[in-house]
Ligand binder design. Structure first.
Ligand SMILES: *[C@@H]1O[C@H](CO)[C@@H](O)[C@H](O)[C@H]1NC(C)=O
Ligand SMILES: *[C@@H]1O[C@H](CO)[C@@H](O)[C@H](O)[C@H]1NC(C)=O
Ligand SMILES: *[C@@H]1O[C@H](CO)[C@@H](O)[C@H](O)[C@H]1NC(C)=O
Ligand SMILES: *[C@@H]1O[C@H](CO)[C@@H](O)[C@H](O)[C@H]1NC(C)=O
Ligand SMILES: *[C@@H]1O[C@H](CO)[C@@H](O)[C@H](O)[C@H]1NC(C)=O
Ligand SMILES: *[C@@H]1O[C@H](CO)[C@@H](O)[C@H](O)[C@H]1NC(C)=O
Length: 266
């Protein structure tokens, strides 16, 4: 039994304040997620398998399909809409899903820009946007995703250069950008991303040479550079990179055929 007589008006005020504050914080968060998902849905123009049918108010947001929430805070942590035949563009509201850890939209037909707002997702670990029709630049603000481990943007139509801002992502281990229309050089500063294990930029229009700074990438196991316009010779230090298992340079002016060690698919 609660002894009501020990509940002074001050206590009562205090507890009502705590309760109303915490409920606005939680509600505010969920409402932002709710709004963001509906905005994302509103820019999807084709949904042949009804992947987003359940994204409506007859169900609670955490019960919507392809959406996963954290157990404790009930905020959206994963969106997995890969291979759903979706067409449309990606709403900048995605940047409001502040608890998002995985965004997986691979193998659909999203086009237009990857919004700069993605850079507001400071908890994001995995960004899978491969095999779509994104056709603008890689957002420089991606450097705001400082927890990111995998950026997979391969098989799109991205233009412009590889943003040097990526160099500040200290947890990044997978950077896959193959088969786009990227131009410019490979930023030497990427030699600072010592967490990198996979770097694939094959099938682009990159020029310049392989930065000697890559010799610092001691965890690199997969380095794929084929079908670009790289020049400047094969850096001698590559032979010293003991972690390297797959290395492909075919189809570059410098390369001839020098697939070392393993054949690569990509
Ligand atoms: C809302 O979602 C439920 C559950 O998936 C579905 O049965 C219903 O048809 C949806 N309503 C609309 C209007 O799409
Ligand atoms: C891509 O998505 C389509 C459905 O739209 C599916 O049939 C196909 O198997 C998927 N491909 C891959 C490689 O996952
Ligand atoms: C969400 O994002 C949009 C566009 O980035 C912004 O205009 C809006 O104010 C944001 N906040 C909320 C709470 O929806
Ligand atoms: C991009 O990042 C800059 C610097 O952090 C910030 O001022 C700007 O608002 C960001 N843009 C978007 C669209 O989030
Ligand atoms: C790259 O890393 C080195 C060693 O940690 C550091 O001294 C340097 O300032 C970094 N460069 C940039 C441009 O961040
Ligand atoms: C490769 O490693 C050996 C032994 O540590 C060293 O003497 C040599 O200078 C290195 N070569 C390059 C190109 O880094």
């Amino acid at each position: 039994m609660v002894n009501l007589s020990s509940f002074s008006p001050i206590h009562f005020l205090f507890y009502s304040l705590v309760i109303s504050l915490s409920s606005t914080i939680i509600c505010g968060g969920i409402e932002t997620d709710h709004e963001a998902l509906l905005k994302i849905k509103s820019l999807i123009t084709r949904d042949p398998y009804g992947a987003l049918t359940s994204w409506n108010d007859s169900l609670r947001l955490c019960d919507w399909s392809h959406v996963y929430c954290g157990k404790r805070h009930r905020r959206v942590t994963i969106i997995d809409l890969s291979s759903q035949g979706l067409e449309g563009s990606l709403s900048p509201h995605v940047g409001n899903l502040s608890f998002l850890r995985t965004l997986s939209l691979g193998n659909n037909s999203f086009q237009g820009a990857i919004p700069q707002e993605v850079g507001r997702l400071s908890r994001l670990c995995r960004l899978y946007l491969y095999q779509n029709k994104f056709n603008e630049v890689i957002p420089t603000n991606i450097s705001g995703c400082f927890n990111i481990e995998a950026i997979v943007l391969s098989n799109n139509e991205l233009v412009g250069s590889i943003p040097k801002e990526i160099s500040s992502l200290t947890k990044l281990s997978f950077l896959s950008l193959f088969h786009n229309k990227l131009t410019g050089g490979i930023p030497t500063i990427l030699g600072n991303v010592t967490s990198l294990e996979l770097f694939s930029v094959s099938d682009n229009e990159l020029v310049g040479s392989i930065p000697k700074e890559f010799s610092s990438l001691t965890k690199l196991t997969f380095l794929s550079l084929f079908n670009n316009k790289l020049t400047g010779g094969i850096p001698p230090y590559l032979g010293n990179m003991t972690s390297l298992e797959v290395f492909s340079l075919k189809g570059n002016p410098l390369g001839g055929t020098c697939d070392n060690r393993h054949k690569t698919g990509n």
